[in-house]
Design a protein around this ligand. Structure first.
Ligand code: PRX
Length: 694
């Protein structure tokens, strides 16, 4: 594999017209964004509509130093605007009403739809009026549990229009969803009756019902549940059927989308929001196990989503852009919905997570055929392993944005599946979610990008709202595996354990010394936790929880989490969360979970379990534990390995040494210093009893 010395230059011909076309231009713009943020962001803000103008003296204020007082960030304080107005009405008024906002495809290519800016605005206004008729007002929370369908986008923007705060949840269990509804005290829930995945029927409404029962038991009643009748418009797998009358509907609370939306008015005056009013809450795993409700606010997030989208993807008005992430993740929020629409872009939205079907309400031609018979696991393998490239070719996609785990899962197939398609429209290839390994980078660059496209390895987090480290396409040379340099307005710093800054080459904690407009402002209803999680370890800095290395050329290489977090196929979860679920099983006395490298998922869960005296460790227990984690957190969290651990390696003070468990998980006997262990023979015993094939 090439070393970090390999540097790939952007293709001069392809990027001659790029927004930023040289390192010098990047540096100049970057310096302006740091030295004169009011001017830099103020110029960008002029492209948007402000009901109350931005006042210069209150443009940007913050405190990142916990020793000096509460942590806060404020951008454009006092100005008012509406994000939905800027995304839709502004584009319609600029003459782009007939422009396609989204090309949508279900799992089957015959199942498609498209939505113009004008039509999207109408649908959004209608649903906004429905929400209003249910008593939803500015500041109220709306929980959303939907597959990748256009109604999910409509719901998000309808909330935004009236100042309600949306909170989307994807593929989490009823328990996890209930926990999130309770935390944000959602008054309304929006979902679908269900969806087919392969031959499996996922009854999403039934999951929501379980969640709502759990919420009611804790004293919180969801007042309205809007249900998109989705199964009716798709053909079930052969030999299977679903009787839509079976969808459990609670009178008085539950209402069908198709009963409420068509008759609602297609005009809805936007609610003018303060710049720092909440826009949405999105939950992310916390290292203590309890999810954190990351809160993003109005004006700063809008500017940052718009600006990162424009520059990092080098977006131009006639481009077609495709982000494969589900709208329910932060990547979907910022780069499938807010960023593209803020730029008036045309995007492709493909249902790769859930199998979905015909789009009667948006004028789709539902021609569903045999496809349901194929077992479809929510990955880009249907109807064949070249689905990504078929879509790129079909829509002449210019910017394609996906995750390393997806790239690795596709690399194993014949190259012909890529090369037989015309991918010459591609200009920028994005990667997100975890460090991209050089092998995957080269495959992406050579086979998909034909050594012409720029790869943008975008490092960011739910908390950062948008990209914070990346190379800019057309401007900055690429190094496989390096995230590169800070985006405009971002000031990264590397610190050692004692909090001393590492200047020049070196490795340390990745922190930021100043907020950019898109940084989260707080954790919902829990500012204390916000301050302790992100701002206490190193006063004066926002702490990412990731490590990074700076090389001799100044490139930053993100090395992964430095806390007890796991990253499975780009999904973050905490070891504590999984451990506490395992330990709830009556047969389990203690559990410890570590990450083990996985060729496709990046990392997988390796669990060590000490049984109670009366329980026996057998296949049934292992299956039950795997199932429990799956049910409680979500399918992506299912452990790959569960090993019996009659004892765990602990220090004399009782702390589990995960460093050693990580070595056992990969069968690496170079465990280092074990002198602090209470009983070092445990290590040898655990090596000797590793499960076969683990
Ligand atoms: O560990 C980093 C990893 O994903 C974490 C953020 O996860 P989440 O909030 O779910 O957001 C994912 C999508 C933005 C980070 O703390 N991560 C994300 N992108 C990269 C990455 N690690 C290395 N390189 C990346 N490009």
């Amino acid at each position: 594999m090439p070393s970090e010395k390999s540097v790939f230059q952007p293709d001069g011909a392809l990027f001659r017209q790029a927004h930023v076309s040289s390192v010098e231009q990047y540096k100049e713009m970057y310096e302006k964004s740091i030295d004169r943020p009011e001017e830099f962001w103020g110029e960008i803000a002029k492209e948007f509509y402000w009901e109350t103008p931005i006042s210069r003296d209150k443009f940007f204020r913050y405190n990142f130093d916990i020793t000096k007082g509460p942590i806060f960030t404020k951008w454009m304080d006092g100005a008012t605007t509406n994000v939905c107005y800027n995304l839709l009405d502004r584009n319609v008024r600029n003459g782009n009403g007939e422009k396609i906002a989204f090309y949508w495809e279900g799992s089957h290519p015959d199942d498609y739809s498209r939505l113009t800016y004008k039509k999207l605005l109408e649908e959004v206004c209608k649903f906004a009026n429905v929400l209003k008729s249910k008593g939803i007002r500015k500041g109220d929370r709306v929980a959303v549990y939907m597959p990748m369908i256009l109604e999910a986008v409509v719901t998000m923007l309808a909330c935004t229009r009236i100042g309600a705060v949306h909170s989307l949840v994807v593929r989490f269990s009823a328990d996890s969803f209930a926990e999130r509804i309770l935390d944000c005290e959602a008054r309304v829930l929006v979902t679908v009756d269900g969806t087919w995945r392969g031959e499996k029927l996922l009854q999403l409404k039934a999951i929501c019902d379980q969640s709502m029962i759990k919420c009611a038991q804790k004293g919180h009643n969801v007042e309205t549940c809007v249900v998109v009748s989705h199964l009716d418009r798709v053909t079930p797998p052969q030999g299977m059927q679903y009787n839509s009358n079976k969808t459990p509907m609670t009178p008085g609370r539950d209402v069908y989308w198709h009963d409420a939306v068509p008759q609602a008015s297609a005009s809805c005056y936007p609610e003018w929001m303060e710049a720092e009013d909440p826009l949405f809450v999105l939950y992310t795993s916390g290292s203590t196990g309890k999810p954190k409700g990351v809160l993003h606010t109005t004006a700063g997030y809008m500017l940052y989503a718009a600006t990162t989208f424009k520059y990092v993807f080098d977006y131009k008005p006639n481009d077609v852009y495709w982000c494969t992430a589900d709208v329910g993740w932060i990547t979907g929020h910022t780069y499938a919905v807010y960023g593209p629409l803020a730029n008036g872009a045309t995007s492709v939205l493909v249902s790769v997570k859930f199998a979905t079907g015909g789009r009667k309400s948006f004028g789709c031609v539902p021609k569903l055929s045999e496809w349901f018979r194929t077992v479809y696991e929510g990955t880009p393998f249907y109807p064949d392993n070249d689905r990504f490239w078929v879509v790129v070719d079909k829509y002449k996609v210019n910017q394609f944005y996906t995750a390393p785990t997806a790239i690795r899962s596709l690399m194993k197939f014949d190259d012909n599946l890529v090369t037989k398609h015309d991918l010459s429209s591609l200009r920028v290839l994005g990667s997100v979610g975890e460090p991209i390994n050089p092998e995957a980078w080269h495959w992406y660059y050579k086979l998909v990008g034909k050594e012409r496209c720029s790869i943008v390895d975008t490092f960011w987090q739910t908390e950062t709202g948008g990209h914070v480290l990346t190379t800019l396409p057309g401007a900055v040379p690429m190094k496989p595996g390096a995230a590169g340099f800070p985006f405009f307005g971002v000031l990264p710093v590397l610190l050692d354990e004692s909090g001393k800054e590492i200047k020049g080459e070196g490795e340390g904690y990745l922190v930021f010394s100043r907020p950019w407009p898109g940084l989260m402002r707080t954790l919902f209803n829990n500012h204390d936790r916000y301050e302790t999680t992100y701002f206490t370890k190193f006063p004066g800095y926002y702490c990412t929880g990731d490590g990074a290395r700076r090389d001799a050329d100044g490139y930053l290489w993100v090395t992964g989490r430095v806390d007890d977090m796991l990253n499975v196929s780009g999904h973050l979860m905490s070891t504590a969360e999984v451990e506490s679920i395992l330990a709830e099983h009556p047969g389990v006395a203690e559990a410890a979970v570590v990450a083990k490298p996985h060729p496709v998922k990046g990392e997988c869960l390796y669990c060590f379990v000490t049984t109670t005296a009366s329980a026996s460790f057998d296949g049934r227990l292992v299956a039950a534990l795997k199932q429990t984690v799956r049910e409680r957190i979500g399918p992506f969290a299912q452990p790959d390995v569960v090993q019996e651990a009659p004892a765990l390696p602990k220090t004399r003070s009782g702390k589990i040494m995960r460093r050693i468990l990580r070595k056992i998980a990969v069968n690496d006997r170079d465990v280092g210093d074990v002198s602090t262990l209470a009983d070092s023979s445990v290590v040898e015993m655990l090596f000797a009893t590793r499960p076969q094939g683990a």
